[in-house]
Design a protein around this ligand. Structure first.
Ligand code: PFF
Length: 446
């Protein structure tokens, strides 16, 4: 059977943007920035996105398009008989880790959406939004039902294939989300805490830079948010034909993703200060601040409906790209059908996610890494370790395994003046920076 393809370059762009923009921009960005000191974190994050993220995004998509294969198969295709394909397994493992917690958090978004539809969250529940949220996620089986529902939606889209499923869905999701986020950010600026919130986000407290963990946190966030290092962009790139030019597409995807992160920061931090919430409150941050803003707004209940609907859609357009990574791999290796593979893989991810969901309540005493619960630990391993390692191997592959001409040709950079700059980044700058950040976090330097 012929390999699937996007119907158009725009379809690819929207799907890739759909993959990049998701819970990472709103939920994860805001709480990681809040925990890591705000402005200094934002600055590092921006530097990493521009200096490492976007150039590596181009490398990742180029590998996929050149190989026309999945994250493991791509290396076997381009570098047969070498052990490079082993690095593809970072991607497959990360996809299981990430989707198992991503599905849980996306389930929370759908629950919020539903509670706006039925009016429950229009006004603050007894005990406040914070307590209501903790009560919900700590419940033994309520969140699991919503998680299951989200995973079924994800499986259905992947089940329907590249064009009719993934591409069609993203064409509707992305524009809706953009309009809403900008409108909410503007509203948030009118809140009483706006100045304080903006100062937290945009005025770096330089002393935060002396903590080694902030560098790894910013790097992990850049990778997570750009869907980088896991093979999602590689797999999406593998459904592209040679005639689509990559450099402008990847820069567009990277900038759009960054725009969404900054806009959600502008939306969330004023509210954090206006409602006296701790910026470092961790994963619940967005789920507590946003309903607090909506409650104050005219027509806030309606805004809540539309917002959580869009957030659920944005999560869905990302989760399909996560599921597609192992699905494309298993379909090729085991020669299974798309239908069978998407259902089985999605179900395994759901089961893994049960541990994450229970880890917010009955299993909250289980802390695999430091004092991090199951969700935070899985996220830490995937985002701060596996994704940067995956990205590092892609950079080394394009920079060192491919010849200069092959690398420039694979990325459509041959005739562009920025070609040599890009290659220098991929070959030297990005690998050195990633390695230094790892060593720094491990305490070897600094
Ligand atoms: N980029 C997505 C987000 O910001 O929500 C999450 C994600 C998707 C991470 C795909 C990794 C990935 F491969």
């Amino acid at each position: 059977m012929a390999r699937e393809k996007w119907a158009s370059k725009l379809g690819f762009m929207l799907a890739a943007m759909g993959s990049a923009v998701g819970l990472g921009n709103i939920w994860r960005f805001s709480y990681v920035a809040g925990e890591s000191g705000g402005g200094a974190f934002l600055l590092l994050y921006l530097v990493f996105v521009l200096l490492i993220g976007i150039p590596l995004l181009l490398s990742e998509v180029s590998i996929g398009r050149k190989a026309q294969s999945d994250v493991v198969g791509a290396y076997k295709e381009i570098a047969p008989g070498t052990p490079w394909y082993l690095t593809g397994f970072f991607g497959v493992i990360s996809s299981f880790l990430i989707l198992s917690f991503y599905g849980v958090v996306a389930g929370w978004s759908i629950y919020y959406f539903w509670n706006y539809v039925n009016g429950q969250l229009f006004t603050s529940p007894a005990g406040g939004y914070g307590a209501a949220f903790e009560g919900f996620i700590g419940h033994a089986w309520h969140p699991i039902g919503w998680h299951a529902f989200f995973m079924i939606l994800t499986i259905l889209i992947v089940y329907n294939g590249v064009k009719k499923g993934i591409e069609a869905a993203n064409k509707v999701f992305m524009p809706t989300l953009a309009v809403l986020l900008v409108a909410l950010a503007i509203y948030s600026l009118t809140l009483e805490g706006a100045a304080e919130g903006l100062a937290f986000l945009f005025q770096p407290d330089w002393s935060a830079l002396s903590k080694p963990s902030i560098y790894l946190a910013a790097l992990g966030q850049a990778f997570f948010s750009l869907s980088l290092g896991m093979g999602a962009m590689l797999t999406y790139g593998s459904y592209l034909s040679k005639e689509n030019k990559l450099p402008s597409a990847t820069v567009g995807i990277g900038l759009m993703d960054t725009f969404f992160a900054i806009v959600s920061g502008i939306m969330i931090f004023p509210a954090v200060f206006a409602f006296g919430i701790q910026p470092s409150s961790g994963p619940p941050l967005a789920f507590i601040t946003l309903p607090s803003i909506f409650e104050q707004m005219p027509l806030g209940g309606f805004v809540g409906i539309v917002f959580f609907f869009s957030l659920a859609l944005a999560s869905l357009s990302s989760s399909v790209s996560i599921l597609e990574v192992p699905v494309a791999y298993f379909m090729r290796v085991f020669k299974w059908s798309r239908h069978f593979t998407s259902v089985i893989t999605g179900m395994v991810m759901f089961v893994l996610g049960l541990a994450v969901s229970l880890g917010m309540g009955v299993w909250s005493g289980i802390t695999p890494i430091g004092d991090n619960n199951i969700l935070d630990s899985m996220d830490y391993i995937a985002s701060n370790i596996l994704l940067p390692l995956g990205g590092l191997s892609m950079a080394l592959f394009v920079g060192w395994y491919l010849t200069k001409d092959q690398a420039l040709e694979a990325s459509d950079m041959t005739r562009l003046p920025l070609g040599p700059v890009w290659l220098t980044i991929v070959k030297y700058v990005a690998p050195v920076m990633i390695i230094l950040i790892f060593l720094n976090a491990l305490g070897f330097i600094g």
